[in-house]
Design a protein around this ligand. Sequence first.
Ligand SMILES: [Zn+2]
Ligand SMILES: [Zn+2]
Length: 135
Amino acid sequence: MDIRQCKRCKKLFNYTNNILCPECIRLMDERFKAVRDYIYENPNAQMETVCEETGAEMSDIHRWLREGRLILSSNTAPLLKCKVCGAPIYTGQMCDKCTNDVRSQFQRTADALKPPPEPFPTKREGRMHVEVRKK
Ligand SMILES: [Zn+2]
Ligand SMILES: [Zn+2]
């Protein structure tokens, strides 16, 4: 058995792929639904009001937004900031532009990590590798 300490209430619980104990998961779930429903009914509500009305904490709302579980209507001011350029965003970690940048950066890194071409020409795949890299 794998016993862990709940990240939130510090109680020990039987680990099930979650950092929170079942009780906290249930509580968070209820909070999440309350917030989601409240925002659905009051799309223009300020987040402070949402917290007051639902008992959720601002950090919860931020987390749900980052996880993409909660999506605010475009009537509300974006709560989150892109962690790269600081542009206001509605959901996730980064704005669209930075997401694309990181994606192409990642692609370049992945290319760089590929094993280098074999140093000597081989005919293994019926292709010559000679001089390819000097272009
Ligand atoms: Zn807990
Ligand atoms: Zn950005």
